[in-house]
Design a protein around this ligand. Structure first.
Ligand code: ASP
Length: 439
């Protein structure tokens, strides 16, 4: 049995619904369908989820939301009318609107209705049952998914039926609805796949898999045919955003492969993500490049730092006290760098510097802004005597200065820091040297 999740762009209009139906009906194993809410039909369009968030804010502040609500209703009504569906969406919409007008809905209640109504329309269209996520995806009191209960509920509710389940939300045991973070339908799909022991988790989106590089920087980059979960994490953590970062965990733990496929080109091979290296279909030692801008580094200077026991521990504890996640810690003899996302220190920069200075008795603290981090994910980089020289030559020829380098202990990837303004050129230079030649 396959669990298939369709993202918002795969569900943006009646034409997209038709493509989904064709995909589902082309393979009888596709019997558990998880859906996002209607997405954008074109670049200037609104995502249903975004509209619902804005409507809730308007309602909270007493600002009229009639025209926004009309936009939501029209999107659903158009799909219903064009596909000649019977689900009474008019009644469902009026109930939600009445509750909204009386301020009875939390943000999570209202926003989850995007997925809920989309699932009802899709189940009507496919002739499948609709199973409400609030009855099967269960959170515990601390807000984490209660896997045991979720699995039991899913098994009982789904059985051998063909079902559509709305993604993005679940409920506490008392029935109160809770959303995952943005893009969370990927997580819902992974939880359903792991709980029902699917043979594969198919994640349908609008690109033909995880791309070797950012398509906003590289024209038409190819998709990576095979990836391990570890390689996927490295790429998504550093900016490749095909799949929600957290969605790999449930399926990876259950040993279920994820297959990322394109709703608009279902015959394209897509990207298969598995445990181990059996997915390593590419000939290239470099699997992909991704990156993010806007990191900041603190360089802490102190004489004899390297012989002061516990110095690093104390420094890192201060960052964690301010809830700042540390990305990298390049070290010297009497100085150490701490690299963090700039946004993560926006709320506390001055305080943090004061406390670091005082508690560490640091001689000096230097702050460098505007750093972009790039990761080059590869296989057996360590065995390739030419790899590093090619990286440095590519960046050197492009006149790009490297501000720091880190290699993962497993030598799965290499991280390079460059200036924000060099990020695009660096990506292009590395792509040309390490990847383009292979495809
Ligand atoms: N519709 C939600 C969002 O836009 C969840 C999802 O699409 O996964 O974030």
């Amino acid at each position: 049995m396959l669990v298939c999740k369709f993202g918002g762009s795969s569900l943006s209009s009646e034409d997209q619904f038709k493509k989904v139906k064709k995909i589902v009906e082309s393979n009888g194993d596709r019997r558990i369908i998880v859906v996002s809410a209607l997405g954008k039909r074109e670049a200037t369009d609104n995502k249903l989820t975004d509209l619902l968030y804005v409507i809730h804010t308007h309602a909270k502040h007493g600002i009229s939301y009639e025209s926004l609500w009309q936009e939501v209703a029209t999107r659903f009504m158009t799909v219903k009318t064009e596909l000649r569906l019977t689900f009474d969406i008019e009644a469902a919409l009026s109930r939600i609107k009445a509750d909204l007008d009386q301020h009875l809905l939390s943000v999570d209640d209202l926003v989850s209705r995007g997925e809920y109504l989309t699932a009802h329309l899709m189940s009507d269209y496919l002739g499948f049952n609709c199973v409400d996520a609030k009855d099967v995806i269960i959170f515990n009191a601390s807000g984490d998914v209660d896997f045991k209960t979720t699995q039991a509920k899913l098994k009982a509710k789904v059985g051998t039926a063909q079902v559509v389940i709305p993604g993005f939300y679940g409920a506490y045991p008392n029935g109160k609805i809770k959303l995952f973070g943005r893009g969370g339908s990927d997580i819902s799909g992974a939880i359903v796949a792991a709980s029902l022991k699917a043979t594969k988790y198919e994640n349908f989106t609008d690109v033909s898999g995880v791309l070797v590089a950012d398509p906003r920087i590289i024209t038409d980059p190819p998709a990576i045919s095979g990836l391990t979960y570890e390689e996927l994490s490295e790429l998504t953590y550093m900016g490749a955003n095909v799949l929600h970062e957290e969605s790999a965990h449930p399926v990876r733990d259950a040993g279920i492969p994820i297959h990322i496929k394109n709703t608009n080109d279902p015959d394209a091979p897509g990207t298969l993500i598995c445990n181990g290296t059996e997915s390593a279909a590419t000939e290239s030692k470099v699997v992909g490049i991704s990156g993010k801008k806007d990191f900041l580094s603190f360089t802490l200077y102190k004489d004899h730092m390297s012989t002061e026991l516990g110095f690093l521990e104390k420094a890192l504890e201060i960052f964690s006290r301010y809830h700042v996640n540390v990305e990298h810690v390049p070290t010297g003899i009497d100085h150490v760098g701490v690299v963090v996302e700039k946004a993560s220190v926006a709320h506390c920069l001055e305080d943090l510097v004061d406390v670091l200075k005082r508690e560490l008795i640091a001689d000096e603290i230097e702050i460098k802004d505007g750093i972009a981090l790039m990761t080059i994910v590869g296989r057996q980089i360590i065995d390739d005597a030419t790899f590093l020289s090619r990286v440095f030559a590519a960046l050197g020829t492009a006149r790009i200065n490297i501000s720091f380098i880190a290699q993962s202990p497993k030598l799965l990837n290499m991280i390079i820091g460059v200036k924000n303004e060099d990020y695009i050129t660096a990506t292009q230079a590395l792509y040309k040297e390490l990847i383009r030649c292979v495809y």
